[in-house]
Design a protein around this ligand. Structure first.
Ligand code: PXP
Length: 248
């Protein structure tokens, strides 16, 4: 199977909220995350990713339900491990949930989830979601201990945090690539689906594609940035074509 592309459209909502946070019912409230999801679909996205954060800084609950209802693509719902978000996910019924750490201060998801350290508080969430037919992914640093904890807790998938890889300078990059390779190998040998995300762009993609066993990349920022110039459909098409030829 070819490498899949999940498109994260949170930043479309970020832009709308910058001006219309208090006027979401206004006919002027734009840009629309729903239209962005349609455009991503048209460009060949394999899934749509959204993150309703506790502070609602970008996606709103209503965006999530509208996209779920109207977009005929698998929905990946990123969420923090809170009662509020578990309740929302059980109502929304996305295809996948990706559990992420969430603090109010961070600009974006800054580190992986400490599945090992937070095992006790995550266990119940994982099984509740799975009982509702939702597959669970853990957004983790490429660390063997976190891969092993994700397997132990029964997650179907891991998403390897590629932020350190993406931000590493030339000297640091190969070490970060090696960490991703080892974690992907361990995840695959443990029976987990291995995804990756954060900071991926066309500049670092070729090196990332040396990591084995990747099933899906989740990409947001660079696609939304590129869409300012060429539109989201074309931005997604370009990324898809750059991902071609990946051998699992
Ligand atoms: N995966 C997860 C779990 C994320 O939190 C994010 C950022 O929202 C992404 C992937 C996408 O990262 P980026 O926007 O840097 O492509």
């Amino acid at each position: 199977m070819s490498l899949l592309l999940g498109v994260n459209i949170d930043h479309v909502a970020t832009l709308r909220q910058a001006r219309y946070a208090d006027m979401l019912d206004s006919m002027n409230a734009e840009p629309s995350p729903l239209i962005a999801a349609e455009d991503a679909h048209a460009g060949g996205a394999d899934s749509i990713t959204i993150h309703v954060r506790g502070d609602r800084r970008h996606m709103q609950e209503r965006d999530a339900f509208e996209i779920r209802e109207k977009i005929d693509l698998p929905l990946n719902f990123e969420m923090g491990n809170t009662e509020e978000m578990v309740a929302m996910a059980l109502k929304l019924r996305p295809d996948f949930v990706c559990l992420v750490p969430e603090t109010r201060e961070e600009v974006t998801t800054e580190g992986g989830l400490d599945v090992n350290g937070l095992y006790g508080s995550l266990e119940g969430t994982v099984s509740q979601l799975q009982q509702a037919g939702i597959k669970v992914s853990m957004f983790i640093d490429p660390d063997p201990c976190q891969v092993e904890a994700s397997r132990r807790i029964g997650a179907e998938m891991i998403e390897l945090h590629t932020g350190c890889f993406a931000n590493a300078d030339r000297e640091g990059r190969s070490g970060e690539t090696d960490r991703l390779k080892s974690a992907a190998e361990l995840g695959y040998q443990s029976g987990l689906q291995v995804n990756a995300g954060h900071g991926i762009n066309v500049q670092n993609l070729a090196e990332l594609l040396t990591v084995p066993h990747l099933s899906e990349l989740n990409i947001g920022h660079t696609l939304i940035a590129r869409s300012v110039r060429v539109g989201l459909t074309v931005a997604v098409q370009e990324m898809r074509s750059a991902m071609k030829g990946y051998a699992l």
